[in-house]
Design a protein around this ligand. Structure first.
Ligand code: UDP
Length: 328
């Protein structure tokens, strides 16, 4: 039986990956420090013998006693609101966390896949973004803590591959949505859906002309799985090329939810990328992968999920008090 360590396992992507690797017959070792993750995302797996959970911060030394075949490093705050609140934790998990897991992969002779992001392209000057584009990132802006940590992650991963011959994979994840996103994490899908469900106006940042391309979780997990099982070591974009402006997206959510609320405009956050669309030719060619879930279909499913949450969850504005964190 293959043994797979997943970090950030109690988060949105991590928990769906746990489900997928359990379904593939693996023994899954799930690790999370539960700063932004939530055990409720994986509690259904606790009864399985092939599942174990370790409450651990991977920015500190990571120990695992047994053998490992695969490591998937998905631990990181991943929404702009979260990494603005816990910038130092974000920097640490992308840099020190990655270093620790590369070391563990080397020790165990395991294959490691690291979760990078479209944020490595920053506010892109090339459109759509292909993997050869180096990006346009401000190292000192508010998003720099995430973007630069992920760029370092890619750099050190390639160094371990080249210097130690480590078996590595790098996925660049574009905006992904699905069940188990935190309603209060500030990202646009839960933000708009939460507002519609609470009967609040939808907050569009800037004039809403900035674009994003949204990928449904099942497509994202399939792309990541195929990349892990491939022999390709350079970064690969996994995303959907169906691009929309945020204003059109807000109108789409109003239609879907039937809310009678209106759109209101708020200031555009610093360094908010103006346009984002993945070039997915590489994933198509190398992984024989492409997204298959249309946005209207995926959004319906995730809206059903948000509707099923309790009134307390729906109205909880703050996730947790992060004030004791940040580098301590
Ligand atoms: N956004 C918005 N209203 C919100 C939340 C987000 O207009 O209440 C915009 C945000 O400015 C960005 C886009 O939606 O242009 C996607 O934001 P998100 O935080 O989901 O992810 P990003 O792609 O910026 O990392």
């Amino acid at each position: 039986m293959k043994k797979t360590l997943i970090t950030g396992a109690a988060g949105f992507l991590g928990s769906h990956l746990c489900d997928r690797f359990i379904a593939e017959g693996h023994h899954v070792i799930a690790m999370d420090n539960l700063i932004t993750g939530d055990l409720k995302n994986i509690e259904h797996l606790f009864q399985l013998e092939r599942f174990e959970f370790h409450h651990h911060d991977v920015s500190t030394f990571v120990h695992y006693g047994g053998d490992l075949d695969y490591i998937l490093h998905f631990a990181s705050p991943a929404s702009p609101i979260d990494y603005l609140k816990i910038p130092i934790e974000t920097l640490k998990v992308g840099s020190l966390g990655t270093l620790n897991l590369l070391g563990l992969a080397k020790e165990k002779n395991a294959r490691i896949l690291v979760a990078s992001t479209s944020e490595v392209y920053g506010d892109p000057l090339v459109h759509p973004q292909n993997e050869d584009y180096y990006g346009n990132v401000s190292p000192i802006g508010p998003r720099g803590v995430y973007d630069e940590a992920k760029r370092f992650m890619e750099s050190i991963t390639m160094a371990y591959h080249r210097y130690h011959g480590l078996d590595t994979r790098i996925v660049r994840i574009f905006n992904t949505y699905g069940s188990r996103m935190r309603l209060n994490d500030g990202r646009v899908v839960p933000a708009f859906m939460g507002q519609a469900l609470r009967g609040e106006d939808l907050t569009v940042f800037g004039d809403g002309s900035q674009t994003r391309s949204f990928t449904y979780i099942d497509d994202q997990v399939e792309g990541i799985y195929r990349l892990l099982m491939s022999d390709y070591v350079e970064p690969i974009n996994i995303g959907n090329s169906d691009e929309t402006t945020i204003l059109e997206f807000a109108e789409e959510i109003i239609k879907l939810t039937g809310t009678s609320q209106k759109i209101i405009f708020k200031p555009l956050p610093t360094d908010d990328p103006l346009q984002r669309q993945p070039d997915i030719s590489r994933a198509k060619e190398i992984l024989d992968w492409k997204p298959i879930v249309h946005r209207s279909e995926g959004l319906k499913k995730v809206y059903e999920y948000f509707k099923s949450l309790s009134p307390e969850e729906l109205h909880q504005k703050e996730h947790r008090d992060f004030s004791h964190l940040n580098g301590k």
